[in-house]
Design a protein around this ligand. Structure first.
Ligand code: HPA
Ligand code: ZN
Length: 332
């Protein structure tokens, strides 16, 4: 089965993580900035990570070339074109406004560029999507409250809020800002259990009230948690190539994706930071299917889960599920 033809949603994608080395150098030139590496090839050679933090250090440095709305537009447009080629019909883009604001780039610029790129993708590819503002966990709840205050005029342009960066400090400390986001009608997600223990996943569900868990890999260590996630069919946005590159799992052949599916978890496949981890969503489907020997039925189920977990209207969901059924049956 050609998984690239199957309609799917990408639900765990940091748009700054789609910044390819070539584009980073082009934007640096455009903005009169000098990167500390000779060329894209030299930068690419540094993409060997021990863990999440070793990746984040480089990720925040490279995204320093993003300065204007046009930069964010070009970045998101390049990603959305790639995603459309992988069968993505709906994409929810994470972005890290605190990381840009600290360099003097206003959230308004960031959101304008990204929104224009989503409008462009809707027109050119019929792709739907939205923006999820991620708070940086390692900067703490005070900094989250500060950016939340600054983006109040932009809330209408957002689909949801999330939580990312290093898994340090109590996750439940973000409960007040998540409650405010919910009151403003936003959808809630959070990274949890990527490297840190299952405790964070419980807190993401019970203190933050998230509707999906990003990664959630370590849920498997806690049977009661798995039972809860299965009972409520809480979607987990899993990123196989990311987990290997950041050494959360030892090898793709040992990735728990197949075990998670077998236990009845609502898992989806996503790319996380495709420019850094060796592939886009299609590459993640390809590599995980080959390494884990996933059946056509399992691949279809992953695509269906993504459409069921997407923050879309009932009409859009029905349309996308019907498309999936049509493509799957014509594929034999
Ligand atoms: N985890 C946490 N924060 C991130 C990631 C990730 O995989 N990618 C970009 N920010
Ligand atoms: Zn992520």
């Amino acid at each position: 089965m050609d998984h690239r033809a199957l309609p799917k949603a990408e639900l765990h994608l940091h748009v700054e993580g789609a910044l390819e080395p070539e584009l980073a150098f082009a934007l640096a030139r455009r903005n009169g900035l000098t990167l500390p590496w000779a060329d894209p090839a030299e930068l690419l050679r540094l993409y060997q990570f021990r863990d999440l933090q070793s990746f984040l250090d480089l990720y925040y440095q490279v995204m320093g070339v993003l300065r204007t709305g046009a930069d964010f537009f070009d970045l998101a447009r390049a990603y959305l074109d790639r995603a459309a080629g992988d069968g993505v019909r709906h994409a929810e883009l994470f972005f890290d406004p605190q990381a840009h604001w600290s360099r003097g780039v206003a959230p308004r610029e960031v959101v304008a560029g990204l929104t224009d790129a989503l409008d462009d993708a809707r027109q050119r590819h019929g792709l739907s999507g939205g923006l999820i503002l991620c708070f940086l966990r390692d900067l703490g709840p005070g900094a989250a409250a500060e950016i939340w205050g600054a983006v109040q005029p932009l809330v209408g342009d957002l689909l949801g809020v999330g939580l990312d960066s290093a898994e340090v400090g109590p996750i439940e400390a973000f409960a007040p800002v998540f409650a405010q986001a919910r009151q403003r009608g936003l959808r809630l997600v959070a990274h949890a259990g990527e490297e840190a223990p299952p405790h964070d996943i419980w807190q993401a569900l019970d203190s933050l009230g998230v509707e999906r868990v990003d990664h959630g890999l370590r849920a498997l260590e806690d049977d009661a948690l798995v039972e809860r996630l299965v009972r409520d069919q809480v979607p987990l946005t899993v990123c196989p190539l990311s987990n290997v590159r950041l050494q959360a799992v030892a090898a793709l052949e040992r990735h728990p994706l197949a075990a998670m599916l077998a236990r009845g978890l609502a898992v989806t496949v996503n790319s996380d930071d495709p420019a850094y981890f060796g592939g886009y969503i299609g590459d993640n489907f390809e590599a995980a299917s080959a390494a884990l020997g996933l059946s056509d039925e399992a691949v279809l189920r992953l695509c269906r889960h993504s459409l069921e977990a997407a923050f879309v209207s009932p009409q859009r969901r029905a349309e996308l599920l019907a498309e999936l059924t049509a493509v799957a049956s014509s594929d034999g």
